[in-house]
Design a protein around this ligand. Structure first.
Ligand SMILES: NC(=O)c1ccc[n+]([C@@H]2O[C@H](COP(=O)([O-])OP(=O)(O)OC[C@H]3O[C@@H](n4cnc5c(N)ncnc54)[C@H](OP(=O)(O)O)[C@@H]3O)[C@@H](O)[C@H]2O)c1
Length: 258
C-alpha cells in the first residue's frame, strides 16, 4: 500500500537526479510531497521541479535557496544528498591540501551552507526535517581507499548531531543516514576500476574490498530504493520523536556496535 503521508510537504533533494538522491526524490513524491531536485546538470527527464546548482559554490547555493523561496515560499524537508568520493586512494601521502579541501567542500561544507541558508524559514514555521546522507565510511575509514572522504563524512555526522541538539526545541528534526555499498553509477565504476587495476573481475574486486571491512553479512549491495524507504520513514510523521541519531543501512557490514 502506498503511504501518502507527505501530502502538502515541500521537499528539496540535492543531487536528486541520479542514484540514491533520485530514488529518494521519487519516493517522497510517491508519498505526496512536492519535490524539488538540484544537480549541476539538467537530466533529460525528471518528474520533479529541477534547479541547477553546483553546491560547492556559495553563490549557486544562494541562488538555489532564492529560487525555492520565490517559487515555493520555503521547504519542509531538506535531503542533503550531494557528496561522493572524489580523491585518490593511497593513504595520507597521496592527498594534497587541495584534495582535502575538495572532499570537505563537497561532503561537508555544501550541506552546512545549504542548511544555514534554508533554516531560518524552517525555524520560523516551527517545523522541518533535515537529513544528511553520510556513509558507513564516516564510521570506518579505509586508509588506502577513502581517507579524505571518510573524514569528511565523520565530520558531517558530528555536525548533524550538534545541529540536531541546537534545533530540538525549535520543531526542526535533524538525522543522518549512513548507507553502505549501494548500487549506483559511482559505486559500480569504483568497483570496475579497482578490478581492472588488480586484474580481477568486478565480483572478485567487491569480495576483496569487502574482506577489508569484514564483508557484507547479507552478501549484496543495497538498492538505492532501500535507502529511499528509510529516508521516507525518517521524514514522515511516524518518526516525530527521532532526532540527532545516525541510521546505518548496510546489510550488516559495520563490524562494531556504533
Ligand atoms: N553509492 C554508494 O555506495 C554510497 C555509499 C555510501 C554513501 N553514499 C553517499 O550517497 C550520496 C549519493 O551518492 P550516489 O552514489 O547516489 O551518487 P550519484 O549517483 O553520483 O549521484 C550524485 C548526485 O549528486 C549530483 N552532484 C554531484 N556533485 C554535485 C555538486 N558539486 N553540486 C550539485 N550536485 C552535485 C549529481 O548530479 P550532477 O553530476 O549533474 O551534478 C547527482 O545528481 C553521496 O553523498 C554519497 O557519498 C553513497
Amino acid at each position: 500500500m502506498e503511504l501518502k503521508n507527505l501530502k502538502g510537504k515541500r521537499a528539496l533533494v540535492t543531487g536528486g537526479t541520479k542514484g540514491i538522491g533520485k530514488a529518494i526524490a521519487d519516493g517522497l513524491a510517491q508519498a505526496g510531497a512536492t519535490v524539488i531536485v538540484s544537480a549541476r546538470t539538467k537530466p533529460e527527464a525528471t518528474p520533479h521541479h529541477f534547479i541547477a546548482a553546483d553546491l560547492t559554490d556559495a553563490d549557486q547555493v544562494a541562488g538555489l535557496a532564492q529560487e525555492i523561496a520565490n517559487t515555493f515560499g520555503g521547504i519542509d524537508i531538506l535531503i542533503n544528498n550531494v557528496g561522493g568520493l572524489t580523491t585518490p586512494g593511497g593513504g595520507h601521502s597521496a592527498l594534497t591540501d587541495a584534495h582535502w579541501q575538495q572532499e570537505l567542500n563537497l561532503n561537508l561544507i555544501s550541506a552546512i551552507r545549504l542548511d544555514r541558508i534554508l533554516l531560518p524559514q524552517m525555524i520560523e514555521q516551527k517545523s522541518g526535517v533535515i537529513i544528511h546522507i553520510s556513509s558507513v565510511a564516516g564510521k570506518q575509514a579505509l586508509w588506502n581507499l577513502n581517507m579524505a572522504y571518510a573524514v569528511s563524512k565523520a565530520a558531517l555526522n558530528s555536525y548533524s548531531k550538534a545541529l540536531a541538539t541546537e534545533l530540538a526545541d525549535k520543531g526542526v528534526r535533524v538525522l543522518t543516514v549512513a548507507p553502505g555499498a549501494t548500487k549506483t553509477e559511482p559505486m559500480i565504476k569504483f568497483l570496475n576500476d579497482y578490478a581492472i587495476s588488480a586484474g580481477i573481475t568486478p565480483e572478485e574486486g567487491m569480495k576483496q574490498l569487502m574482506a577489508q571491512t569484514g564483508g557484507i553479512p547479507m552478501g549484496r549491495m543495497a538498492e538505492p530504493e532501500e535507502v529511499a524507504q528509510l529516508v521516507h520513514f525518517l521524514v514522515s510523521p511516524s518518526a516525530a520523536y527521532l532526532t540527532g541519531t545516525i541510521y546505518a543501512i548496510d546489510g550488516g557490514s559495520l563490524p562494531v556496535v556504533a
